[in-house]
Design a protein around this ligand. Structure first.
Ligand SMILES: Cc1ncc(COP(=O)(O)O)c(C=O)c1O
Length: 439
């Protein structure tokens, strides 16, 4: 971002202070100066029914397809066609150790050591597996703490794990609500809760980025507070991985889970992933794919775990839902998370600036501090109930794809890998028009 040196001043964190302007020309100038602009061409950009390009601000829900994914999936299909069962050992990328293709890239994005991560299964299933291992209620220390309004699947998983152990969900599930009239939860509130009640909490499940509000948490602080109180900490990185720089190993989180179809661009229903800190050698639910590979096919009844979190795998991996992730991780590796984050801060800052100016009928739910959010901005429309939904529908009609979360939230996320400043301008302009159409 060096085009207009008069309006861009570097900050110590490597991002820039940009004097934004509310015009598409300004957006185009920033795009021309963007060192990451070439990455957009590596993705399939969706089009409307009439072939017109859409403004896609929905990578927080389903990331776009890296064009290279097609070739990798086709190679796997070709290997299956040509080699059939021999592909397990003789495919271009042999299928037996397939997860190793993903390990390095995922470790970098999670901020972990390679042996601490594995691509496997899917998010909620992984959450169940890790809760089975890490949630050990005992005596008074029996509760799970999570944020109020958590993603439904996380809450279902937690509540059913509690009930499955014969405990009362109403007693053992604590959902921390934001303070009155606020949407987001300050870290101090979390710390204060645990200082007072931590002795009753066995496990904290916390989001890296909250799906509805877009609030990003200081995960080091969350983990320290939970460990001080004697609790195990699991992090849901669904909305954080590929969105923010992460440091799961250094912050000392106990475990983390994620999906790969959002910021990781691996396609609908793609393989999930998990992190378990290397200091944990604990019993877990086992399947043959977690067995030490050298002796796995001896098919003996006793289980010898593979080293690291690879030993937590259960089943052989779904090759066709893992293949696109190889293409995506290569792009992340080339772009670099630090550079992506710098652009992301600038892009999301531009969206915020435009919404403030073009659409005064909106209330921003997401924190305004760049450190407390990733790409996503969550917006509430002021006015009569259901206006928000009508505005969202009018936005979609104009070719801007975001998403709607009941009861009142529009989520928009400019993604630094494939969105432009001009896209962001068009998205905000369309939202202003939608507000005008739906008074
Ligand atoms: C925070 C969070 N948890 C859980 C899920 C459910 O994921 P899956 O269907 O892959 O288990 C999602 C999906 O969007 C999510 O965003």
């Amino acid at each position: 971002m060096t085009q207009r040196t008069d309006s861009i001043a570097p900050r110590t964190d490597g991002t820039a202070v940009i004097n934004y302007e509310p015009t598409v020309e300004f957006g185009r100038r920033l795009d021309a100066a963007d060192p990451l602009r070439g990455f957009r061409e590596r993705f399939a950009l969706p089009r409307g029914g009439g072939g017109e390009p859409l403004v896609y601000l929905c990578g927080h829900s389903l990331g776009l397809m890296p064009l290279a994914a097609r070739g990798i999936v086709m190679e796997e299909l070709d290997d299956w066609a040509k080699l059939a069962v021999l592909g397990h050992e003789h495919a271009h990328r042999p299928w037996i150790p397939y997860h190793e293709n993903l390990r390095g890239g995922l470790a970098t994005l999670a901020g972990a050591r390679p042996a601490e991560v594995v691509a496997m299964s899917s998010l909620t299933v992984n959450l169940h597996l890790l809760l089975a291992a890490f949630y050990r209620p005992s005596g008074e220390r029996r509760r799970i703490l999570m944020e109020a309004g958590a993603f439904s699947s996380d809450r279902h998983a937690v509540a059913s794990q509690i009930a499955w152990r014969g405990l009362d969900v109403r007693d053992a599930l604590i959902e921390l609500s934001p303070p009155a009239n606020a949407d987001t939860i300050p870290e101090e509130q979390f710390e204060e809760y645990l200082e007072e009640h931590g002795a009753e909490v066995a496990l904290v499940l916390w989001p890296g980025v909250q799906y509805r509000t877009g609030q990003a948490f200081d995960l080091g602080r969350i983990t320290r507070a939970a460990h001080r109180a004697g609790c195990v900490v699991g992090i849901d990185l669904a909305h954080a991985i590929g969105n923010m720089p992460l440091a799961m190993h250094d912050i000392d989180a106990d475990f983390a889970v994620w999906c790969s179809y959002k910021y990781l661009n691996a396609g609908p229903g793609a393989i999930g992933g998990c992190f378990v800190h290397e200091r944990h050698e604990r019993p877990h639910l086992a399947g043959w794919w977690g067995h030490e590979p050298a002796t796995r096919f001896q098919m003996r009844p006793e289980f010898h775990a593979a080293p690291g979190v690879a030993g937590w795998q259960i089943s052989n991996p779904p090759i066709l839902s893992a293949a696109p992730l190889i293409a995506s991780l290569a792009i992340f590796d080339e772009a670099g998370m630090q550079r992506l984050r710098q652009k992301s801060v600038a892009l999301t800052g531009y969206l915020e600036y435009l919404l403030d100016r073009l659409a005064p009928d909106l209330e921003l739910i997401t924190p305004r501090a760049a450190d407390s959010r990733g790409c996503q901005l969550s917006i509430r429309v002021k006015g009569p109930q259901r206006r928000g939904r009508r505005v969202f529908d009018a936005l979609t009609t104009q070719g801007v794809i975001g998403d709607w979360r009941e009861p009142d939230t529009i989520r928009l996320a400019p993604i630094p890998l494939y969105n432009t400043f001009a896209d962001t301008f068009r998205g905000a302009q369309a939202l202003a028009e939608a507000l005008r159409l739906e008074p």
